[in-house]
Ligand binder design. Structure first.
Ligand code: C2E
Ligand code: CA
Ligand code: CA
Length: 622
């Protein structure tokens, strides 16, 4: 019971009643206590103010005419304190002329009442004032939340892109005024897209949180992290070496280094970050080492704009990625040309998709048992109006980086579909047409329906379509990926893993994903005959046989490679030894050709042509 009492006391609003007329105080106490409020009393202005500071009442009832300090003076004094700006204050006076009412409101009164007081209404009015004050406090809190939403990234709690823009602008101005430089480090996590694509966005988000945590730990170990964002109350000493950190997009973080003393100092910071990320991150049982690539740009001259500095840092990040990732680069003007070229290729590629210049070629795949064409891989070609033939190895990564690959992937699907009309009834029906998919394309949520719609033509022609995915997409088992792959299988697509062995080499997915074909990467085929090279190829072939997967060797260029692969049971060859990628019209010739003589060692090829005919007749009769 006693506890209940204290509890209810705690929730009772505390009202300070200040009046020199004892009768008023007694009546006020009676009617307010009856309404469930707690009352504290003062008989003059000075003691009212002292009581206010000591007791923090929820509302003040102040008589204007008191000896010494008047109610208006108390009101003004309360309003002048930081906590007193919102507390509701009821001013009570005998005068009801407009002038004294105005004086009351000017002093900061919330409400104004004239004597004689209508006691039956007082508690209701006070309740109303308390409720209004509470609502106001809530709005204030909302305002704080709104500022948080506008300036902070809700995932990592770091300042967001908008904050960053302001941080950078402010620092550049301050730096210029003091004749100091400003360093900008742009951090982009390596291969982060693949993580999102393969383990899902939710766990990707968890990784982003721990990445930002790791960054903060690394930076805290080196210097002060500045927290002055618009609206924050503390500003660190501007002379200090300090950082301002932000997350400006997906896996992109920025660090503004105030007043760096030298390039060597920025180098130290870069190294500390690289080292800090060498320790793996762990999220829900996934342990991964994630590496950052960083670009550093320094504003030391007058007139540097935030936009230019960010572009420079961006060009430097890109250079760090091209250099092999997990490192940092300083911006220098030679990077300008690369960046301009990137931009140009991106723009031109967009243009080429609309107005021609792109085409598809098809590289034959040969069945090693029959020596006949059993499939083709569709490969994109771009004849650039000025730069000439550009390799997809050059422009596909750019398209992937900029997201253009999604549209380009669509273009490719439509083009293959259209090309295939030329093939109607001209190729053996059991032929497979392979199409390369980029991880980003595959990760589009509507991808499955989309590809079905786009490739209707091929379906009508009864050609098998095989989709080539890289290991990155399948790196870890993810529910959504698995669902997509199963849907694709149900729709009749075959699935292949491209460039096998170069990716994450996590073999578990081979058993769990509905995969049909594995393509041994060209680099391994190229190493056949060298020490160690044979072993890898044998291991991959063994694995495929054990799991009943079809194996295609890519990049078969020599008879020695062919002989080795044939001896160890490789199913299909694709490579320059047999045929280069060709325009669709030329496939008819390839379909009528016997490649066996190219596959077998010269001595055996003569005797084999009879056997190969026998084999294909076998097939037809069975
Ligand atoms: P990839 O998927 O591994 O394609 C095979 C590449 O190896 C092709 O290069 C092909 O021309 C080349 N190649 C085939 N046989 C030999 C050989 O015996 N020796 C050598 N040295 N090379 C051989 P290409 O056409 O330049 O394509 C390069 C990469 O660009 C492809 O590698 C693929 O990752 C990407 N790519 C090409 N076309 C497309 C496409 O339509 N969509 C997507 N997403 N990526 C594509
Ligand atoms: Ca491929
Ligand atoms: Ca490949």
């Amino acid at each position: 019971m006693a506890l209940m009492d204290t509890l209810s006391k705690q929730n009772r609003p505390k009202i300070l009643v200040a009046d020199d007329d004892m009768m008023i105080r007694v009546l006020a106490r009676e009617c307010l206590e009856e309404a469930g409020m707690e009352v504290i009393e003062a008989s003059d202005g000075e003691s009212a103010l002292a009581l206010y500071h000591r007791e923090h009442p929820d509302l003040l009832f102040l008589d204007v005419e008191m000896p010494g300090m008047s109610g208006l003076d108390v009101c003004q004094a309360v309003r002048a304190t930081p906590e007193g700006s919102n507390v509701p204050i009821l001013i009570v006076t005998g005068a009801d002329d407009q002038e004294s009412i105005d004086r009351g409101f000017n002093a900061g009164a919330t409400q104004y009442k004239t004597k004689p007081i209508n006691w039956s209404l007082l508690s209701r009015d006070i309740r109303y004032m308390l409720r209004a004050a509470k609502a106001f406090d809530e709005i204030k809190a909302q305002e704080g939340r709104l500022r948080y939403l506008a300036y902070f990234d809700h995932l990592t709690d770091l300042p967001n892109r908008r904050s960053f823009n302001e941080q950078l602008r402010r620092n550049l101005i301050a730096g210029e005024q003091r004749g100091k430089s400003t360093g900008l480090m742009l951090i982009d996590m390596d291969h982060f897209k693949r993580i999102n694509d393969s383990i899902g966005h939710e766990r990707g988000d968890e990784f982003l949180k721990s990445i930002s945590q790791r960054l903060l730990e690394i930076l805290e170990a080196i210097a002060v992290i500045a927290t002055d964002y618009p609206g924050a109350s503390v500003s660190p000493d501007p002379a200090l070496l300090a950082f301002e950190i932000a997350r400006i997009g997906g896996d992109e973080f920025t660090i503004i280094v105030r007043n760096p003393q030298s390039e060597a100092q920025l180098t130290d910071i870069g190294n500390a970050i690289i080292e800090g990320f060498a320790q793996p991150l762990e999220i829900q049982g996934h342990i991964l080492v994630l590496t950052p690539s960083m670009g550093i740009a320094v504003a030391s001259r007058q007139g540097m704009t935030p936009e230019i500095l960010l572009k420079q840092a961006d060009a430097a990040v890109y250079a760090a990625k091209t250099d092999g990732r997990a490192r940092f680069r300083f911006y220098d003007s030679s990077l300008e040309d690369d960046a301009t070229e990137q931009l140009r290729i991106e723009e031109d590629l967009r243009e080429a998709m609309l107005s021609g210049g792109l085409s598809m070629v098809y590289q034959p795949q040969i069945d090693t048992r029959t020596g006949l064409l059993c499939g083709v891989e569709a490969l994109i070609r771009w004849n650039h109006p000025e730069l000439g033939a550009l390799s997809p190895a050059k422009f596909i990564p750019i398209a992937e980086r900029t997201g253009l690959i999604v549209e380009l992937g669509d273009w490719i699907l439509r083009q293959v579909s259209q090309d295939s009309k030329l093939l109607a009834n001209k190729l053996p029906e059991n032929i497979t047409i392979s199409i390369n998919l980029s991880p980003l394309q595959f990760s589009q949520s509507n991808f499955v329906e989309h590809i079905g719609d786009t490739l209707k033509e091929l379906d009508l022609l009864h050609y098998q379509v095989e989709l080539e995915l890289t290991e990155g997409v399948l790196m870890l088992e993810v529910e959504s990926n698995l669902t997509k792959l199963k849907q694709l299988k149900t729709m009749g697509f075959q699935l292949a893993i491209d460039d096998f062995g170069t990716g994450y080499s996590s073999l578990s997915y081979l058993r769990h994903f509905p995969i049909d074909t594995l393509k041994i990467d060209r680099s391994f085929v190229n190493d056949i005959g060298s020490s160690g090279g044979d072993g890898i190829v044998l291991a991959i072939l063994g694995l495929c046989h054990a799991l009943h997967l079809r194996v295609i060797a890519e990049g078969v260029e020599t008879r020695e490679q062919a002989a080795f692969l044939l001896t160890h049971g490789c199913d299909v060859f694709q490579g320059f030894l047999l045929a280069r990628p060709m325009a669709i019209e030329h496939l008819f010739e390839a379909a009528n050709k016997d490649y066996m003589s190219l596959i077998l060692p010269p001595s055996e090829s003569v005797t084999h042509s009879a056997a190969s005919t026998a084999q294909s007749t076998d097939k037809a009769s069975s």
